[in-house]
Write a protein that binds this ligand. Structure first.
Ligand code: SDX
Length: 442
């Protein structure tokens, strides 16, 4: 049996090193012993955007990008989407096991008693412009929650972590719905805990004058499945933000606000909004070939395609593509789906996309479904943030409890100026427009 190690010869010194391989990885810190002289800091690994760097060990979500596999705590996403519901899946992600009936009912109660928010949040929300992006409002209000719950700073206290987890999972739909109502100039609707987690969210969003809002069961179930699909996804950009901010021992509300900020970007959770805007710009199936030509020429990206991990079809996209038609049964078809399917058909036959292993990801179809369900485009990333809260908090708690983790502080490779002496302003040359300057607007 080959030894689980690397033998490295440093050709600069002729020295040989044994580096252990553990879980298919080497510890970057083990490279530090490789020095080229006594004053050498030692070797580092250089990995911009962490394309090949494991930042942690985790038990929560498993992804096999080549095979298009996604499992939460070992359970295939396809089975959870078919048989589970979001709150049960959130329990699984946070607690590690599926609940029995008694524990599920306790969990559901413990979440529902936290759906209300402090009345001051209304005043806080009123401070946003009428046309504020709801994701910016969510980011602000979640960050503000840290000032309402100073006890959340006790991150090493298990009961405190549990309480903040229940509070955030319970309150996210309320904050999201109120952000939407604010942009529409509509009164806020208080939580109705008689309804399901997702049904209550639909009620807070869309209830008007009816005294007893009843969500459409097909749409309620579709949104619940969408929430299941978005609940966690191992070390994605926003989870990395959650873990990094949390590693300084900031409270979980501040860390979640940072995760929301990361998710806001169009390359991440903002992609579902960008997909729909892209499809609307393309406008019709006959314009698709021209659009694909532009993407291949590097004029913009085929949003909703490609993934850092999946080099095969995102299993979530498969489920959403099928579910879209169940939603359309109720809402009427969203004509954008024809453009999306033609884009997919052409791209999956085109070497530019195939050679780069670019397949539809979770965002390619989710926005089309949200739009058919009556959500405005700017709400789409908010609909991603709500379910991902259980994943973020679970990953955060795993980081807090991990004895190998400490404050995240990467190193750098310095490529700037060597030592220089300050000179009086009169003696300085006209500054030049340096190409490598971060701001060349001299
Ligand atoms: C999510 O990480 C997660 O798990 C995220 C997520 C989750 O659940 O948390 O799955 C959710 O964020 C899904 C991804 C949503 N984003 C988009 O749909 C935006 C469009 N896709 C991309 O921008 C891109 O594919 C990323 C950001 C998703 C992945 O980027 P990578 O891995 O850094 O790949 P890259 O940018 O280095 O691209 C590799 C090549 C490049 O071409 P070359 O330089 O080799 O010529 O592929 C090209 C890119 O130009 N490319 C695309 C493309 N995505 C990559 N070309 C056209 N259209 C695209 N969508």
């Amino acid at each position: 049996m080959a030894k689980e190690s690397l033998t490295i010869i440093d050709n600069r010194t002729g020295k040989q090193y044994e580096i252990a391989i553990e879980n298919g990885a080497i510890r970057a810190a083990d490279l530090r012993q490789i020095k080229n002289g006594s004053d050498d800091f030692g070797l580092m690994s250089y990995d911009p955007a962490f394309t090949n760097t494991a930042s942690c060990k985790s038990r929560i979500t498993f992804i096999d990008g080549e095979k298009g596999i996604l499992r939460y705590r070992g359970y295939p996403i396809e089975e959870l989407a078919e048989h589970s519901n979001y709150l049960e899946t959130a329990y699984l992600i946070v607690k590690g096991e599926l609940p029995d009936r008694k524990h599920f009912e306790m969990w559901e109660h413990n979440i529902k008693v936290h759906t209300m928010v402090h009345e001051n949040i209304k005043k806080f929300m009123e401070g946003f412009r009428y046309d504020a992006h709801p994701m910016g409002m969510l980011l602000g209000t979640v960050g503000a929650l840290s000032t309402f719950y100073p006890d959340a700073a006790n991150i090493h206290d298990l009961e405190s972590r549990r309480l903040q987890t229940r509070r955030l999972i319970g309150k996210m739909p309320t904050l999201a719905a109120w952000a939407y109502r604010h942009t529409r100039g509509l009164p806020y609707i208080y939580p109705n805990n008689e309804l399901s987690y997702t049904g209550n969210f639909l009620s807070m969003l869309f209830r008007m004058t009816e005294s007893n809002y009843k969500p459409n069961p097909v749409l309620e179930r579709a949104l619940d499945v969408l929430f299941i699909l978005h609940a966690d996804h191992e070390q994605n950009c926003s989870t990395n933000a959650m873990r990094s901010v949390g590693s300084s021992q900031a409270d979980p509300y501040s860390a979640t606000a940072a995760a929301i900020a990361a998710l806001y970007g169009p390359l991440h959770g903002g992609a579902n909004e960008a997909v729909v805007r892209m499809l609307e710009r393309i406008g019709s199936v006959k314009n698709v070939p021209e659009a694909v030509k532009k993407f291949k020429a590097g004029e913009g990206r085929l949003m909703g395609f490609g993934h850092r991990v999946y080099k095969n079809y995102d299993p979530r996209a498969k489920i959403l593509k099928k579910m879209a038609y169940e939603v359309f049964e109720v809402t009427g078809a969203n004509p954008l789906i024809e453009i999306a399917q033609e884009l997919e058909r052409i791209a999956l036959q085109d070497d530019y996309f195939v050679s780069r292993k670019l397949y539809p990801n979770v965002d390619f179809y989710s926005g089309i479904i949200y739009q058919a369900m009556g959500f405005p485009t700017e709400m789409f990333p908010v609909l991603f943030a709500i379910p991902r809260t259980s994943g973020w908090l679970s990953q955060w708690a795993e980081m807090v409890r991990d004895p190998e983790q400490k404050i995240a502080r990467p190193r750098q490779i310095f490529v700037g100026e060597k030592l220089r002496a300050w000179t009086p302003i009169e003696k300085r040359p006209v500054p030049v427009n340096r190409e490598d300057a971060v701001d060349t607007s001299i």
